[in-house]
Design a binder for this molecule. Structure first.
Ligand SMILES: O=C(O)CCC(=O)C(=O)O
Length: 284
């Protein structure tokens, strides 16, 4: 049902595991079709935000498709093997690199600016909705790097970088990196402190990745203010997260208001210590 012993051991040892099948070729084509239909029909869902904003962070709060994908039993089974039976979704994001473009992601640890401390209980399921080959700019990882604490990141605010602060870990030896290429419908799982990065998409197709961030009830929001998560399996008896029900409909007015509230609080956490708030958690 969940991760097999070999994959679980790989995750524990390396801090990531790739090539886990989740969706059939037909299902993944349908999901991609639904994402691309949203792009065609709702390029600017509100007066102030274009669709990329909602794709970039917390799409599960306003787009039912993304909330439903975060509840996919095959993904939850695999994540449960790592995190246990009680699972919440902190964010759902789409990482899209257009064909033959230069956008990259610098070496980083996910939880650096998320206000969760140094928890082991945050895992990203990253699902390939297109062919995410080395040429297409798949992620690459440093095996075992999750055993580090949160290390120093330098903010670059590079326009070419998909990360909010363009944050970067210096001094990585690229020879140590392992590529996590994925066929459409496969996923990788990575630990919140695992060093990872990705290169440009030199392929002739778009590279579309769906990143779902899972946490447990035990993870504590350590920054000032509140933080929010959507229960997707088991129960949350800890009262640490403000529990989110999920969207009422596509771009529902009340959900959009709530989206702004969550974004404001999370952006404040993300911005702590930053030299500028330009572009924080906004579409790049
Ligand atoms: O899509 C990418 O290339 C990077 C994604 C990433 O850094 C993440 O999901 O944590």
């Amino acid at each position: 049902m969940g991760l097999d012993a070999k994959s679980y051991e790989a995750y524990r040892t390396n801090g990531f595991v790739a090539g886990i099948p989740v969706f059939s070729a037909q299902s993944v084509a349908e999901i991609r079709g639904e994402i691309e239909a949203l792009e065609a029909q709702y390029p600017k869902p509100t007066d102030t935000k274009d669709l990329n904003q909602f794709f970039r962070v917390n799409g599960h709060l306003v787009i039912p498709l993304l909330a439903d994908l975060a509840r996919t039993p095959e993904i939850l089974n695999a994540v449960e093997t790592i995190l246990g039976p009680n699972l919440l979704v902190w964010s759902v994001e789409l990482f899209i690199k257009e064909a033959q473009t230069t956008k990259t992601v610098s070496w980083h640890q996910d939880i650096t600016y998320w206000g969760m401390g140094e928890t082991d209980d945050e895992v990203t399921a990253w699902v390939a909705l297109s062919n995410v080959s080395v040429q297409a700019g798949c992620m690459r990882f440093i095996p075992g790097s999750h055993r580090n604490p949160i290390v120093s990141h330098h903010d670059t605010y590079d326009d070419n970088n998909l990360l909010s602060r363009g944050q970067e870990i210096a001094g990585i030896n690229e020879n140590d990196a392992v590529y996590g290429a994925l066929r459409p419908g496969e996923m990788s799982l990575h630990h919140g402190r695992c060093f990872h990065a990705s290169g440009p998409n030199m392929s002739h197709d778009r590279r579309i990745g769906l990143a779902i961030r899972y946490v447990t009830p035990e993870v504590r929001h350590e920054a000032p203010g509140n933080d929010y998560a959507m229960l997707v399996r088991g129960c949350d008896a800890m009262n640490g997260w403000i529990n989110v029900a999920g969207p009422r409909g596509l771009f529902d007015a009340d959900d959009l208001e709530f989206y702004d509230q969550v974004l404001a609080e999370q952006s404040a956490t993300l911005a702590a210590g930053a030299a500028t708030d330009v572009g924080l958690y906004s579409a790049t």
